[in-house]
Design a protein around this ligand. Structure first.
Ligand SMILES: Cc1ncc(COP(=O)(O)O)c(C=O)c1O
Length: 413
């Protein structure tokens, strides 16, 4: 389909009306929000749900017989109920509500590590991982005497699949990879990654923090063992995230944190644990975020992830073509399969300075290492300027970005 046709079919102006923050100004200019990889803005539907929670049902979940507690518990469980078809999980109890991707990955590193990883075993990650999919594995490997192996990438930011194949062995205990790179936008060949790991007898964790808001995910079709993502990057509230795990793994792993909720019976002599998913949900969760995530899922499902992906991809192409016309601009991350992230550098200018000038123009981008320091080292750069696109961005946003970068170039170079 022609770019114009796609952009016109998707009614972005209608979508923008759902996001009240997009009407504000920053530094006297209309806000151009292109830091969606860090966190997305929230539609009115999610904001209303938060207000509704505190005005109509604030109460603790899974504990009280009273009316408000039942309302809150039911609403909280609605989210789990909606997450199941959203990621096509076989069972609702395979969905653990956490506080975000970081906690989901830490949970697996910790609990899977205790159950399955021994001295001499190996964990495989990639060179493009976010720190939250590096450090938990590093710590676990140190504790258990295991070895962390890192799959390299080529200059375009694509995984070296031959290197990956050669790293897999009967010592591989788990493969943990990002689905979509937050710094480069690369979409990794997850089907192949998973099939190869399984052939070597290793389960796979996918960090879907940058995938779930852009792509339809089917955990059963992927046959992925664990999937982690955050609510706040998919138009939902902060403080809630998801760990999907296959029942067989979750049942075989010890609990993560301990306390209320995760127990079946406690005596001073012995404690038995609750069943899934509650075994991994100790203590009072972030109730309003848990409940309101359901509204973000509804929002995404109503528009349709395929429509979103198509629209965002056209905008990505538009941004890439326009930015590349700026003399001295270099895009970092040119993989064939990319999601809506464009990371770039202006020769002779520090990314931070570019970011400050863009901010003065009301344009929000991210500058720096994007929590991927080893990746920046791989490219020998201090960081990049990253524009990350969401479903409410427009061609006008991209035009403003391009004009802002041109202005920065004229001032800095
Ligand atoms: C690829 C990736 N993984 C993990 C995370 C961590 O997510 P959170 O801070 O929501 O736990 C991020 C956040 O930027 C990310 O982009």
């Amino acid at each position: 389909m022609e770019r114009t046709a796609v952009l016109e079919q998707f009614d972005v102006m209608r979508v923008r009306k759902d996001f009240p923050i997009l009407t504000r100004t920053v530094n006297g200019k209309p806000l151009v929000y292109l830091d969606n990889g860090a966190t997305t803005q929230k539609p009115q539907q999610v904001i209303d749900a938060i207000v509704n929670y505190y005005t109509q049902m604030n109460s603790n979940v899974h504990r009280g017989v009273h009316h408000l507690s039942q309302l809150a518990t039911d609403a909280f469980e609605v989210t789990r109920h909606k997450l199941q078809p959203f990621i096509h999980a076989a069972h609702e109890h395979e969905i653990i509500l956490t506080k975000g991707t970081t906690e989901s990955i830490n949970l697996v590193a910790n609990c899977y590590g205790k159950a399955f990883v021994h001295a001499g075993d190996e964990i495989i990650i990639s060179a493009m991982e976010h720190h939250s999919n590096i450090v938990p594995w590093q710590i676990m490997c140190e504790e258990r005497g295991a070895l962390l192996k890192v799959v390299p990438i080529n200059d375009a930011g694509e995984l070296d699949m031959d290197a990956y194949r050669s790293m897999l062995s009967d010592r591989t205990r788990l493969v943990a990879m990002t689905y979509v790179s937050n710094a480069l936008g690369t979409i990794n060949p997850v089907n192949e990654i998973i099939a190869l790991a399984h052939a070597a007898g290793a389960p796979v964790l996918l960090d879907a923090a940058q995938a779930v808001q852009h792509l339809t995910i089917d955990v059963q079709a992927l046959d992925v063992d664990f999937l982690a993502f955050s609510g706040h990057k998919m138009y939902g509230p902060t403080g809630v995230g998801v760990l999907y795990g296959k029942e067989k793994w979750l049942n075989a792993m010890p609990p993560y944190q301990s306390g209320g909720e995760m127990i079946k019976e406690v005596t001073f002599a012995k404690t038995t644990y609750n069943e899934l998913p509650f075994k991994f949900e100790a203590g009072t969760p972030n109730i309003e975020a848990g409940i309101c995530l359901a509204h973000a899922i509804d929002y995404l499902m109503d528009i349709g992830l395929d429509n979103i992906a198509r629209y965002e991809h056209e905008l990505l192409d538009y941004a890439t073509q326009r930015l590349l016309r700026i003399p001295g601009l270099r895009i970092i991350g040119t993989a064939k399969e990319k999601s809506s992230v464009v990371s770039f550098l202006l020769d002779g200018a520090h990314p931070y300075d570019v970011g400050v000038i863009l901010d003065k123009l009301g344009i929000a981008v991210r500058t720096g290492h994007h929590c991927t320091q080893p990746l920046m080292d791989r490219y020998g750069i201090p960081g990049t300027v990253r524009a990350s696109i969401a479903l409410y961005n427009t061609r006008e946003d991209i035009d403003a970005l391009v004009a802002g970068v041109e202005r920065a170039a004229s001032m800095l170079i």
